[in-house]
Design a protein around this ligand. Structure first.
Ligand SMILES: Cc1cc2nc3c(=O)[nH]c(=O)nc-3n(C[C@H](O)[C@H](O)[C@H](O)COP(=O)(O)O)c2cc1C
Length: 346
């Protein structure tokens, strides 16, 4: 059995290696481990639904860990409620120069300047087709190629949407990575509007839930304008947040505990903005590392959460810990469904 108790042993070895080498080896070996995963049935009390999809639980895997959709068969065995793969770009690209992934173990944080390294949409599509998803909800995170000028970015997003909509449960427009030069400029009103307009044409042909991922470095004014566009173009929701820039640490984007407060404030602002439109979803990501962090988000009206860094540092144990504490809290509050639990927090 691949039990979470094995993770400290695995981590001890992996953390002796360069961060990206360890990451690559882990992804490549994951599917071989799949048959040994202790695959427990999910607790029906944790089931929840959002944008027409039924999630086994509200905790998902954030984009960037399985960029090429190579480990879905393994990841779908773990108690994630949903998995997001990508960022995938139309044509393959190598990403930025190495080293480009750094750990801060004492702060349970990472810094990366990967730059959307991925195998490109055709291979990623094949990987998804060949994966055993075990009915897990699968999101695909879309990004433009580095060589595509911002004026033509809309075409990349439309092409990617068209490619993956038939095979994905939901799609994400990612314009918030700090590692592709000029990408975040697309978060401005005119850039996003053009992308949403172009993707809307493809969405008429194959309608899928569509979200946009925002940066924790945006001003309230910028966030408000994203909310307005999300409403105008009937997007499904917003994912908050991507990594943050901390130039004092070096280039790239910081994730994990060092990001938590900034991402939390962004989420709080967005939850306020979306109060009158509960049909627009806010998926929380950025620094979640404990049940208490999740509880904070749920008690402010949030529902779905994604993890990346805390999964790297704590392994599958973080998922078991959140489930166990959620179960205890639900019993204490005498509620039998996740929706009832959220209502009990108000
Ligand atoms: C190494 C690494 C690569 C990432 N790559 C992507 C990516 O390709 N696309 C994306 O939308 N987010 C990417 N992210 C951001 C995560 O999806 C997430 O938004 C961020 O790490 C904050 O969550 P966390 O604090 O739980 O790690 C990446 C993060 C890390 C650490």
């Amino acid at each position: 059995m691949f039990k979470s108790s094995l993770y400290p042993f695995f981590k001890n070895m992996a953390f002796k290696l360069d961060a990206e080498v360890a990451h690559e080896l882990t992804i490549k070996s994951m599917n071989y481990l799949a048959p040994w995963v202790n695959n427990r049935p999910s607790d029906p009390r944790f089931h929840c639904s959002s944008f027409g999809l039924n999630f086994k639980n509200p905790i998902g895997l954030a984009a960037g860990l399985d960029k090429n959709a190579e480990a879905i068969s393994f990841l779908s065995y773990l108690p994630f409620g949903f998995i997001e793969v990508g960022t995938v770009t139309p044509v393959p690209q190598a990403g930025n120069a190495k080293p480009r992934l750094f750990r801060y173990p004492d702060e349970e944080s990472l810094r990366n300047c990967m730059g959307f390294n991925n195998l490109g949409m055709d291979l990623v599509f094949k990987n998804i087709e060949n994966a055993n998803r075990r009915e897990k909800i699968l999101g695909v995170n879309l990004g433009k190629n580095k060589i595509t000028p911002n004026e033509l970015a809309k075409n990349d997003y439309a092409t990617l949407y068209q490619k993956f909509a038939p095979i994905a449960d939901y799609l994400v427009i990612n314009v918030s990575s700090p590692n592709t030069p000029g990408l975040r400029d697309l978060l401005q009103d005119s850039g996003l509007r053009e992308i949403f307009q172009e993707v809307a044409l493809k969405r008429k042909v194959c309608a899928r839930p569509l979200l946009v991922k925002v940066s924790p470095d945006m001003t309230h004014e910028e966030l408000t304008s994203v909310v307005e566009l999300v409403k105008e173009f009937n997007l499904t929701g917003i994912i908050a947040t991507n990594t943050t820039i901390m130039p004092e640490r070096g280039a790239g984007g910081v994730s994990g505990k060092l990001l938590f407060q900034k991402a939390r404030l962004t989420r709080q602002y967005l939850l306020e903005q979306l109060k009158e439109t509960p049909e627009i979803e806010l998926i929380g990501v950025g620094g979640f590392g404990s049940f208490e962090d999740c509880l904070d988000f749920w008690s402010r009206g949030g529902k779905l959460i994604q993890l990346y860094s805390s999964f790297v540092f704590q392994g599958p144990k973080i998922l078991h810990d959140i489930e166990r504490q959620l179960g205890l809290e639900m019993t204490k509050r005498k509620v039998t469904s996740f929706e009832e639990f959220r209502s009990s927090l108000k």
